[in-house]
Design a protein around this ligand. Sequence first.
Ligand code: GTP
Ligand code: MG
Length: 164
Amino acid sequence: MAVREVKESGVGKSSIVLRFVSDSFKGALESTIGASFMTKRLEVGDVSYQFQIWDTAGQEKYRSLAPMYYRGASAAIIVYDITREATYRTVKDWVRELKRNCTADMVIAIAGNKSDLNDLREVRARDAEEYAQSIGALFIETSALSAVNVPHLFTAIAEGLPPE
Ligand code: GTP
Ligand code: MG
């Protein structure tokens, strides 16, 4: 049986959520079916944030479900894999889609994941950073494996949210 590489699958969305919610990493995580939901409380300074996170499925066959999960959300994280240029190219499509369907106060964060695999890097951090700046998004490179910048990603989002 031929296994087709699915370009937006496997960038590490579920791994980032797992790292944030339970500070753990599973080497053989199953590809997400549909979406999964998790919550996590995070204290930033004096303020407590209750994150309600939809972890969407990257496989193309679930693509049409995405609006159900991002509509009405306060923030969205677009994740690509720094070792696969093809996954970075889809980031712009997601930004366009979010800008079209969501309100202007939604916080958009772009996360370049797998920063532990720097030797295999195909996407320069500077390019992603410049692009993120040009559209008013947060940018951060993360590693769900080594935990680098995962808490920071969510703290930065919390700090970018409009006050209640
Ligand atoms: P879909 O649910 O199919 O959309 O994939 P996903 O984006 O949720 O990716 P997932 O978290 O399932 O991770 C895919 C693969 O990448 C797994 O084998 C993970 O172990 C691996 N992975 C995830 N994050 C990292 C990371 O930061 N570094 C490295 N080296 N591997 C990672
Ligand atoms: Mg997943």
